[in-house]
Design a protein around this ligand. Sequence first.
Ligand code: B1M
Length: 209
Amino acid sequence: MVDLTKIKDSVIGGEVDDVVEMVRKAVDEGQSVKRILAEGLISGMGIVGDKYEKGDFFLPEMVIAATAMKAGLKVLSPMLKPGDVESAGTVVLGTAKGDIHDIGKSIVGTMLEGAGFMVTDIGVDAGPDKFVETAKENNADLIGISALLTTTMVGMEDVIKAVKEAGLKARVMIGGASVTQEFADKVGADGYAPDAPSAVGKAKELVKS
Ligand code: B1M
């Protein structure tokens, strides 16, 4: 059996091929996809963040680790998505203006798809106009904004204002490492979720209300 801590260590070390190989093997062995994601990939990325904060890692190490994490996520993604199920709602998802972090956002998107939502991912560095236009085109029930930087999370308020000004029916959910419930209340978001599984629960709650 593949030891999931080895996947975590390989994410930290940025060993792309090892991560892909071990994730594939763990899946073939029948290990839980959600555990491979949480205990292998996400947990590894968390340690990378701690190391960067302490000054033990610099930007290049963070980029390489993120590449390994994304390669592992690519293997898992098809297994986190459903087959033919009735749509739970339509979501437009993106990372806030000025922010290029997309790993957490992509996990949230994949898990929403896994729960039956139709997700249009508008990528990173997305401003209010992009969110509003895409929500209009897709008649979205929900807009999801992710931000990891304290400098970019403030831009979420501009998206919320633009959505209200455009008179859209879509509710707005926000999340990302630097975002809190308190911040969500302050900027008038309809919902906040601290992680991908709770984002699914919150999305279901918001589209029903
Ligand atoms: Co950057 N970075 N980074 N980074 N990076 C952080 C966020 C940081 C906390 C590191 C640190 O200092 N400890 C710090 C931010 C400090 C702050 O503002 N408070 C930081 C910094 C400073 C920077 C740069 C400015 C560095 C520089 O250039 N000097 C730069 C900014 C570039 C930019 O955006 N303009 C930068 C760049 C990068 C890389 C490109 C190297 C890379 C990103 C690669 C990529 O995404 N494609 C990177 C990475 C990898 C990180 C850390 C290490 C890991 C982020 C990650 O992927 N985590 C991060 C440290 C950390 O977070 N501890 C850090 C794993 C992921 C699964 O978690 O994204 O939190 P997360 O998502 C979770 C939840 O937050 C939640 O669910 C997800 C899954 O459970 N969630 C949502 C996320 N979005 C949600 C949306 C929802 C609901 C829940 O609803 C819509």
